[in-house]
Design a protein around this ligand. Structure first.
Ligand code: GAL
Length: 715
């Protein structure tokens, strides 16, 4: 007996101590999976219920496994699972959660944990997705609902084939305390995990494969891409109506309005029931807004007040700890999901509410449950925290899906598997520059982020923030605390209106860009590092240029985190308060000023000057920007509008313009239509535009006009 026990111990210890090369099994075109140890039975991809879009993955073509990753290993120990992935020289890494200060992540250490962002890129963030994308064209995802500690190419191993050289600090001035390593190592406090590898000929292709594997990116309802205002927390129905009237009367666009905690009788913790004094007739109120073509979004957090109608029934299914004296429901349990669904459908969705802002699912440690919290399903406090926000997204998405109605809301927490979730991340941190870095970073990890505008010290800051938010996945003014309006700063009220209306005009372009997210996996807002001709193959493209005038050299050396792409053609280079000029790094090819159509530069760094006015925007050669008139509300379901296409540069080009009913999931059954827009030179070399519009009830643009923005300017 004792001998058997000892033998088992010896065997166990030897298994523990062994690091094993991973076995990669293809699971979809360009996607491989390996398993190390014993994975847990709950993980983010499962919570998100991903359904890989294999057809779209197949369409991307064959690609082979990134060979150097064959040497990746997994190992189990008392402390959990250790993973190791080789790195190549000069390889850049992106991703590893929603970071706010840095884009490139090689030589960093992080503990990826769902948390409110606290000012440091240390892994504690709203979407700590354990996914990194390599500049060399592959991505690695660890599918686990645990805090993952990552050493991303920072501490060298003794057995490295390429260790950093030993140096003498006494004599060598470039001695480096962080010389880096050729390995990414991870520590996971679990008995095992699944790991996925995504291949790509470029970092963009890697991201596309990840997004498509997760089912493709979300296609929001059209109204979700209009402008949204969140009203002060204790506003009454009358005050909301007055606010809406002011938008209308002053000519500022509005597509949905957000009600903050005060719409409820008790909050927080919440009873999820309309306050009968502030909102005596909720159904009538919501319907009145719908008639005006304005949707309603409700703020909630999931923590339950003793006054909630389902409080008693929830009791057996809540966790051991309280959040703001509210009970914490175990969202993984079917009875919890049923109770939420019943209450929320009856009280909100059936009367016309279009979506939610799901707050406080992220942290801080000062109010969220601790790791020792127990939940009835048996999940630990740590696991629950890693997926709580994701779970709420999935659960509420289903309520709307069952009604064949798309939603688009806000969340403060997410994780792997989120691309198809109809939610945009926001937070309370309020740094304009860092908000833009987060926009760039969101594109690597399959999440959407809004750099919401709330308030500002100066008119200039207000304008700059409003300009940025109008080029993000959700154009939102969050006035919950102080009631700021778009026109609060009279000095810039016109410029703010102009950019809000431009957002509305860009709807066809934006909607098409989101369709690309859904059908092709291309993120709608993209970091420059995902743009072909910007960074990837930088060495090859460097040619004979000297390093002082070569933007790619610059991109290699430092982060480009203050400019980004919206869709394939539009480069956005926001300005910050106090800034009258800035540098813009233009990718290869010619780029044109959006407003004038003039040539701005060609694969170089340009210096631009701006007085108050506009947000700097540039369009790629051959870029087509389909626009509608400056409407105050996103078009209704069957509304037909004329299309105005701005065309830039001189390159012949063609593009497809996607459209559907903008509200339901019928597009998933093939109910959508595409126009083909093309520009060709005639015999005399003059550019001519041609639009072939589909005859379909799913296409809502009737008349087409072309504007050749560059033709009359520089060629
Ligand atoms: C915060 C949230 C704000 C606002 C506020 C209302 O947690 O980030 O945007 O909704 O709650 O109490």
């Amino acid at each position: 007996m004792i001998a058997v026990y000892v033998l088992c111990q010896v065997l166990y210890t030897s298994i523990l101590a062994q690091s094993r090369q991973m076995e990669w099994v293809p699971v979809a075109p360009g996607v491989w999976k390996a398993v190390t140890g014993m994975p847990e039975n709950m993980d983010p991809l499962r919570v998100a219920g991903i359904k890989p879009n294999t057809t779209a993955l197949e369409k991307m073509g064959d690609i082979s496994f990134p060979e150097h990753l064959r040497k990746s290993t997994g190992e189990q120990s008392d402390a959990g699972t250790f993973l190791s992935f080789p790195l190549q020289k000069n390889e850049q890494l992106y991703g590893l959660g929603l970071n706010f200060k840095s884009v490139q992540q090689r030589r960093t250490v992080k503990e990826l944990q769902v948390d409110h962002y606290g000012g440091e890129d240390n892994g504690r963030t709203h979407a700590p997705v354990p996914f990194y994308v390599s500049g060399n064209g592959y991505g690695v995802l660890v599918n686990v609902a645990r805090r993952v500690k990552v050493y991303a190419g920072i501490i060298a191993r003794k057995d490295s084939k390429d260790p950093p050289p030993e140096m003498n600090r006494n004599t060598q001035r470039d001695w480096n305390p962080e010389p880096g390593s050729d390995v990414v190592e991870m520590i996971i406090p679990a008995a095992g995990t699944e790991i996925y590898v995504f291949a790509g000929k470029s970092p963009l292709e890697v991201v596309q494969r990840y997004n498509l594997f997760c089912g493709g990116g979300v296609l929001p309802p059209k109204w979700g891409l209009g402008f949204t205002q969140r009203t002060p927390t204790l506003f009454t129905d009358q005050q909301v109506l007055e606010e809406i009237a002011a938008f209308e009367q002053k000519g500022y666009p509005l597509s949905f309005i957000g009600l903050e905690p005060g719409w409820q009788q008790y909050s927080y913790p919440n009873n999820f029931v309309w306050d009968s004094i502030r909102y005596p007739q909720p159904q009538q109120f919501v319907q009145q807004l719908l008639l005006k073509n304005i949707r309603v979004n409700l703020w909630i957090n999931p923590y339950i007040s003793s006054h909630a109608p389902f409080f008693k029934n929830m009791q057996p299914y809540t966790g051991s700890h309280l959040v703001w004296a509210g009970q914490v429901p175990d969202l993984t349990m079917a009875p919890v999901q049923d109770l939420y669904k019943k209450l929320f459908t009856e009280k909100h969705i059936d009367i016309g509410v279009s979506g939610y802002k799901v707050d406080e699912t992220d942290g801080y440690d000062f109010w969220l449950w601790p790791d020792n919290a127990k939940f009835p399903s048996g999940l630990s406090g740590e696991q629950m925290r890693q997926v709580y926000g994701l779970q709420f997204q999935k659960m509420s998405d289903n309520w709307f899906r069952e009604k064949n109605q798309r939603t688009y809301g806000l969340t403060r927490a997410s994780n792997a598997g989120s691309p198809s979730m109809p939610y945009v991340i926001y937070n309370d941190y309020y740094n304009h520059r860092d908000f833009i870095t987060a926009l760039c970073n969101s594109s690597f990890i399959g999440v959407l982020w809004t750099p919401e505008a709330r308030s500002s010290k100066t008119a200039e800051e207000w304008l700059r923030r409003m300009q940025t938010v109008c080029f993000s996945p959700m154009a939102m003014l969050n006035a919950w605390a102080d009631g700021t309006k778009p026109w609060t700063f009279p000095e810039v009220a016109d410029e703010v209106k102009e950019v809000m209306l431009l957002r509305m005009q860009l709807l066809p372009y934006l909607y098409n860009t989101f369709a690309q997210y859904h059908f092709e996996g291309k993120p709608p807002v993209r970091a420059m590092n995902l743009v072909d001709g910007f960074y990837f193959n930088a060495t090859a493209e460097r040619g004979n240029l000297s390093s002082s005038d070569n933007p790619y050299e610059m991109a290699l050396r430092r982060d480009i985190n203050d400019q980004f792409m919206v869709g394939d053609y539009l480069l956005v280079a926001p300005l910050f308060a106090g800034q009258k000029e800035r540098k813009v790094v233009l990718p290869q090819g010619k780029w044109y000023d959006f407003y004038t159509g003039k040539l701005a530069g060609e694969g170089n760094i340009i210096e631009i000057k701006q007085e108050m006015g506009k947000i700097p925007l540039f369009v790629k050669d051959g870029g087509m920007i389909p626009m509608i008139p400056a409407v105050l509300h996103t078009p209704r379901k069957n509304e037909l509008l004329p299309l105005h296409i701005k065309y830039y540069g001189n390159a012949e080009n063609n593009m497809e313009l996607y459209d559907d009913d903008g509200e339901t999931f019928d597009y998933e059954k093939g109910n959508f239509a595409k126009a083909v827009l093309s520009v060709k030179k005639d015999k005399k070399g003059t550019l001519k535009g041609n639009a072939v519009l589909p005859e379909s009830k799913d296409f809502h643009y009737n008349k087409v006009t072309w504007e050749f923005m560059t033709a009359n300017n520089d060629k």
